[in-house]
Design a protein around this ligand. Structure first.
Ligand code: PEP
Ligand code: MN
Length: 361
């Protein structure tokens, strides 16, 4: 069993402005040129953003794409600190990045979703940060494995880092969906329950993948009680070297943030009722998404049955499914009659859909 981590609440970090809620970390996906980062940072600062982000080393899915300017970009971040008084942050994925970024005086690091999924790299990062007191935010791993995510944080904590936070940026979806990455908010809720003091930031940009979804995701994150947002912002998104479809200009980002409703805390009883209701909403969304995915598969099976002249109803198969779910329901402590009713309704809808496919044309 993992040891409980010792986490310091971000209110005591002496890092973010105390009254700032939500905390905003803004900046381009990638640092591309001194002009681009400086112009973006300047406009962000004018629009009330105090912590700048920019990827110096970029983990790209495909080779032969822009993989970041590398350490050449670090002095650009120093200029932003000096001339604009902003704090600066970048992504680190190994000891060399850390060494160079620390030398340049970067104020905060984040660990990307492809790195937090790799315990070797997380250990290397933790070892390189031993004895260094810097805030580190860990993005969720690409797969929805809460233990892997917490394990990454535990390695940092064991190296002595206590100013730790999480960034929920969503998970690689099982199949194409509205968003680039599936939010799976319940992982955030689980971590919040286990570590109420852990800073939680949502990254609506990588979740959305497209500008138009960033506002709705940000609002949801604030409703769920996230402390802040990390948002990709580029002075001219159309020409960005990476993630151009999800970046907002600093001015559009400000307008988006101004349209957000920030929830005020009520009494503690209201709060826990609210939290539980929000958890129910999140779980209902997951149920709906699973049902949608199941119907997609049922439809594909319908097409297959039609083209291979197989009858829609396969009684033997259905009896087995029902038997299996009832057994699993018993194991899970769920009422077996309730589960039978639910699965009969699901099965009937699949059969109706497949029958419709058979009758087409
Ligand atoms: C990023 O923040 O630019 C990034 C690469 O994010 P992620 O690790 O979430 O893909
Ligand atoms: Mn990006």
């Amino acid at each position: 069993m993992a040891k409980q981590m010792n986490i310091v609440n971000a209110h005591d970090w002496d890092f973010f402005n105390q009254e700032e809620r939500p905390i905003i970390i803004g900046g381009p996906c990638s640092a591309e040129s001194e002009e681009q980062v400086f112009a973006t940072a300047k406009q962000l600062k004018e629009n009330g953003v105090n912590v700048f982000r920019a990827g110096i080393w970029k983990p790209r899915t495909h080779p032969n794409t822009f993989e970041g300017v590398g350490s050449e970009g670090l002095p650009w971040l120093q200029r932003i600190q000096k001339e604009l008084g902003m704090k600066v942050s970048t992504e680190v994925a190994g000891a060399r990045h850390i060494e160079e970024a620390l030398k340049a005086g970067v104020d905060l690091f984040w660990v990307g979703a492809r790195t937090s999924a790799n315990p070797f790299l997380m250990q290397e990062i933790a070892d390189a940060l031993k004895g260094v007191d810097i805030p580190v935010l860990v993005k969720n791993p690409v797969n929805p494995d809460i233990e892997l995510w917490l394990g990454a944080l535990e390695r940092l904590n064991q190296a002595g880092l206590t100013r730790l936070g999480i960034i929920l940026r969503g998970f690689t979806p099982f199949e194409k969906m509205r968003y680039r990455n599936n939010p799976q908010w319940q992982l955030f809720i689980d971590i919040r329950q286990r570590y109420p003091d852990m800073l939680a930031i949502c990254d609506p940009s990588h979740m959305a993948g497209k500008r138009e979804y960033i506002a709705e995701i940000s609002q949801k994150a604030l409703d769920l009680g996230f402390d802040g947002l990390m948002i990709e912002s580029h002075i001219c998104p159309e020409v960005a070297f990476s993630d151009k479809e999800q970046q907002l200009t600093p001015v559009d980002m400000r307008a988006m943030l101004d349209s957000m409703v920030v929830r005020h805390s009520g009494t503690s009883e209201d709060e826990s009722l609210n939290d539980m209701r929000m958890l129910i909403d999140v779980l209902d969304d997951s149920l709906l998404d699973i049902l949608r995915q199941r119907m997609v598969v049922a439809r594909k099976i319908g097409e297959y049955k039609k083209s291979h002249n197989i009858a829609v109803l396969q009684q033997g198969r259905w009896d087995k499914i029902l038997e299996k779910v009832v057994r699993k329901a018993d194991d899970a402590g769920l009422d077996r009659h309730f589960i039978e009713e639910v699965f009969k309704a699901i099965h009937q809808t699949s059969i109706d859909c497949q029958t419709e496919i058979m009758l087409r044309e």
